[in-house]
Write a protein that binds this ligand. Structure first.
Ligand code: Z5A
Length: 212
């Protein structure tokens, strides 16, 4: 196979607790990759701009109540509605930096007490990330960063449970960065992981599916 035919962008996912620094690192990474002349976009889930995303946003801000399984499936649907766009962007050579993905979906819903396999099921068949970077921060440290707003999940005890489920989901392919390090140090480590991953995708690594 001709490499150029299969060349594509990378699907880069950032995961971590609330306040672990995902948003800050996404924007730094975006600027860096753009500066390298790469085609790149920054995405986040939930994507609150869609109809489904609107329902999720209203739930997170406590403006509506929803059954736990219902909201889980909405988060999943919010990823499914972006799946085909995601695939076409990647195939056209655009790298996507995605702030939260299916792992958040499973970790947060499992932390509420839902069965983990039940939580994983609707995610199967979404595109598998080429790289998952976990920004690792103890829940207590994250809480100290302040700015916990009024959103539904922004409570220390709950974040502790979420962190336990991230540990269950974490596999040896994940890259873990100590998110308590200074922002610049985290950024440097992140860039290295990402540049390596993009290089492999450019050489034609096949796209694969999550949990199927
Ligand atoms: N959720 C779900 O249940 N199911 C799903 O499928 C998905 C999500 C996708 C909304 O997510 C909620 O939805 C989320 C999970 C759930 N609930 N919680 N918790 P969101 O993406 O809208 O919200 P968030 O991810 O929690 O974003 P965040 O609050 O913006 O956190 P962050 O992006 O990780 O952190 P940050 O904004 O970059 O940084 C936080 C602060 O720390 C800020 O003041 C920074 O300046 C500071 N910071 C950052 N890095 C450092 C370092 N290295 N040192 C010191 N200070 C730092």
């Amino acid at each position: 196979n001709n490499h150029k035919d299969n060349s594509r962008g990378g699907l880069i996912v950032l995961e971590g607790l609330d306040r672990s620094g995902k948003t800050s690192q996404s924007s730094r990474l975006l600027s860096h990759l753009e500066g390298q002349g790469l085609s790149v976009e920054s995405w986040r889930f939930p994507d609150r701009t869609t109809c489904v995303g609107n329902m999720i946003s209203s739930y997170l801000t406590n403006n509506s109540q929803l059954d736990d399984r219902t909201v889980h499936l909405l988060f999943s649907a919010n990823r499914w509605e972006k799946r085909s766009l995601m695939e076409s962007k990647l195939r056209s050579g655009t790298t996507l930096i995605v702030d939260r993905y299916s792992y958040s979906g499973v970790a947060f819903s499992s932390a509420k007490g839902l069965d983990i396999d039940w939580c994983k099921a609707p995610e199967a068949g979404l595109l598998a990330p080429d790289l998952v970077v976990y920004l690792d921060i103890p829940p207590e440290k994250a809480a100290e960063r302040g700015g916990y707003g009024g959103e539904r999940y922004e409570q220390l005890e709950f974040q502790k449970k979420v962190s336990q489920y991230y540990n269950v989901l974490c596999d040896p392919t994940w890259k873990i960065i100590d998110a308590c390090l200074p922002v610049d140090v985290v950024e440097k480590q992140l860039k290295e992981f990402v540049m390596n991953s993009i290089a492999i995708c450019q050489k034609g690594k096949p796209l694969s599916q999550l949990w199927s």
